[in-house]
Design a protein around this ligand. Structure first.
Ligand code: SF4
Length: 250
């Protein structure tokens, strides 16, 4: 069963440095802004678990001890698990893949919508993931996403002071109205900071030393290959919308 795709080098998926990315193929959701719709097809990947593990191990370069000394090094800093939706993949396989990455001295990142809290807990409890990128959609079933974020936050406070939690919402003007975004913000603040403010950024965070933050990412005209053909006049954010977005960020 071929379930994974692979990118050995990316500069856009990790919070620092470079990453190799494992894409789990398959997702039961249908976000209109999805710009990797081909990754939603189950078992459409080019590789199975064994082949992916081999690729991860190949990131480790063992130099010739006579020519280069004995220090082993990796071609990238991070291994990112992305999708599709990783929580739709078998959790035992993901745990195995993640732990091979950790044994290879890679820092681990995980992209998800957090829609399957049971599976999410299983994976977190059996691995040492350092970077989480959570897609907080505001579209449907936010309850599970918020439960996953809350579970992560408890771990963040109790065990990991080196953990990054990046919550992101891809915003479409026709759906993410001012009221909707304020409602989403209120829910996040309630579970994270007992109603105190959460750091929010439009597009990208302006500092890399934040460990927990929320970004609002307007859909981009560059996203040509989306699942639903988007109307950028209706859904893109314009200059004049920045004022209300700034009010959310405050
Ligand atoms: S954006 Fe992610 S969660 Fe949404 S449909 Fe695409 S793969 Fe699934």
């Amino acid at each position: 069963m071929k379930s994974y795709n692979w990118n050995p080098f990316s500069l856009v998926d990790s919070p620092t440095g470079s990453a190799a990315v494992v894409y789990t193929c398959g997702c039961h959701l249908s976000c209109p802004y999805c710009f990797n719709p081909e990754l939603r097809q189950f078992n459409s990947g080019n590789f199975d678990k064994k082949q992916i593990i081999k690729k991860i191990k190949s990131l480790q370069i063992v130099p010739d001890p006579i020519v280069n000394g004995s220090e082993i090094f990796n071609t990238v800093e991070w291994l990112i698990i992305s999708g599709g939706e990783p929580l739709d993949a078998p959790s035992n396989e993901l745990v195995e893949i993640i732990n091979v990455g950790a044994e290879t001295d890679l820092r681990i990142g995980f992209f998800t919508s957090g829609y399957n809290i049971h599976q999410f807990k299983q994976i977190i409890d059996q691995t040492d993931i350092e970077y989480f990128h959570i897609d907080y959609k505001g579209l449907e079933n936010d309850k599970e996403t918020l439960e996953s974020i809350e579970y992560l936050y408890e771990r963040f406070c109790s065990r990991y002071n080196h953990m990054y939690i990046h919550i992101n919402t891809t915003i479409m003007r026709s759906f993410h109205t001012e009221e909707k975004l304020f409602e989403m913000k209120k829910k996040l603040m309630k579970i994270l900071y007992k109603n105190k403010n959460i750091p929010i950024f439009i597009n990208k965070p302006d500092t890399s030393d934040r460990l927990l933050f929320w970004t609002l990412t307007p859909i981009s005209i560059n996203h040509q290959n989306t699942l639903t053909k988007l109307n950028y006049i209706k859904d893109g954010f314009l200059e004049e919308d920045l004022d209300f977005l700034k009010a959310i960020v405050k």
